[in-house]
Design a protein around this ligand. Structure first.
Ligand code: PHE
Length: 346
């Protein structure tokens, strides 16, 4: 019995096989265990002798089992280590780093142009008081501009807060917070219940600018935006001014950039289509105007002494134009390859 048990243990090569061998040769129902149980029935003289031999036999079997167990688990460990071996000297793939988002890059570039002229950067919250987004800017409650801007209101309505529809509330905030004169730019996210397609995003970016000082005129506005455009697009950039309407500026204008791809040559020429300006020759850039005295007064500024101008440009639109993008959705889908492809281009 002992010899059989030892042989079975040696034959086992895995933990599972050894378990089978253990049950068969030293378990409760093994011949050895059964024989052990018989001892009780033997006459007293024989009991002692047989009991001793039986004890030795069981001892040898259990020792052999332990020894084989140790061998097998060492071998299995050895095998696992060999299988999981890692060569730490192999060269690894370089871990990819992120990239500055092109919108962030362009906002920095735009802001720097104004900081270089001594302007300050102002910020305001994205969840804005309705009063600052509208009323302070001369857009009263029943004014069509409230619905024109596709405002996203916030629950509950009595919180009187909206997701700001433009960066213009920062005009009011800056006048309320700062000492005059004020020269600020405010870049930031704005929200409108708009389509999500290649040329519209419900969340987009604007950069607002405002100068309030003694003797500010429309001429200063023109000079400032021309400098801004030429710093971004080169010294030859031509601007076009179209009369427009905003409740918070009077007079108001919209500014177009001359298409820097076709320089207007695609207009009326079907053989020479321009994708960048859709053959219109111009690209709408933003709104601007001389500040309405009512806005100055609402913010505690004496409009008989001070005047100002303000403008607001779309950052995403500018990026699209400047980098010849075909789909604005690329700017919000978070693929780092998009950001990398425009690094240095913005
Ligand atoms: N807030 C306007 C818009 O979002 C743009 C603008 C800003 C116009 C400042 C005039 C002055 O359309």
């Amino acid at each position: 019995m002992v010899a059989e048990a030892l042989q079975a243990f040696t034959a086992a090569t895995t933990v599972a096989e050894l378990k089978q061998a253990r049950i068969a040769h030293s378990g409760d129902r093994s011949p050895l265990a059964l024989a052990n149980r018989e001892i009780g029935a033997l006459p007293p003289e024989a009991k002692r002798e047989v009991g001793k031999r039986m004890g030795q036999a069981r001892g040898r079997v259990s020792q052999a089992l332990k020894a084989r167990e140790a061998e097998i688990s060492a071998a299995e460990l050895e095998q696992r280590l060999a299988a999981e071996r890692v060569d730490v000297t192999l060269p690894t793939e370089l871990v990819g780093h992120g990239a500055i988002h092109p919108i962030t890059g362009l906002i920095d570039l735009m802001s720097d142009i104004f900081v270089a002229m001594g302007w300050e950067i102002a910020e305001g919250p994205e969840l804005e008081a309705e009063w600052l987004n509208f009323d302070a800017l001369n857009i009263p409650r029943d004014h069509p501009a409230r619905t024109m801007q596709d405002t996203l209101f916030v629950d509950p309505p009595e919180s009187n807060r909206v997701l700001r529809t433009h960066t213009s509330p920062v005009q009011a905030r800056s006048l309320l917070d700062r000492e005059l004169p004020v020269y600020v730019v405010c870049p930031g996210r704005v929200f409108r219940a708009d389509e999500y397609d290649a040329t519209h995003l419900p969340v987009f970016n604007q950069i607002e600018g405002m100068a309030v000082d003694k003797g500010i005129t429309f001429g200063h506005l023109r000079g400032t935006l021309e400098h801004f455009a030429r710093s971004l697009f080169g010294p030859d950039m031509v601007l076009r001014w179209r009369p427009s309407y905003f409740p918070f500026t009077e007079p108001s204008a919209e500014v177009d950039l001359q298409c820097f791809v076709c320089h207007g040559s695609s207009v009326g020429d079907p053989d020479n289509p321009c994708r960048t300006c859709k053959s219109e020759g111009w690209i709408e850039w933003g709104g601007c105007g001389v500040m309405n005295p009512r806005v100055l007064e609402a913010c505690g500024v004496d409009s008989s002494i001070y005047s100002g101008f303000a403008f607001g440009m779309g950052v995403d639109r500018t990026l699209m134009f400047r980098n010849n993008l075909s789909d604005l959705r690329d700017t919000v889908q978070g693929d780092v390859r998009f950001s990398r492809s425009l690094v240095g281009g913005a």
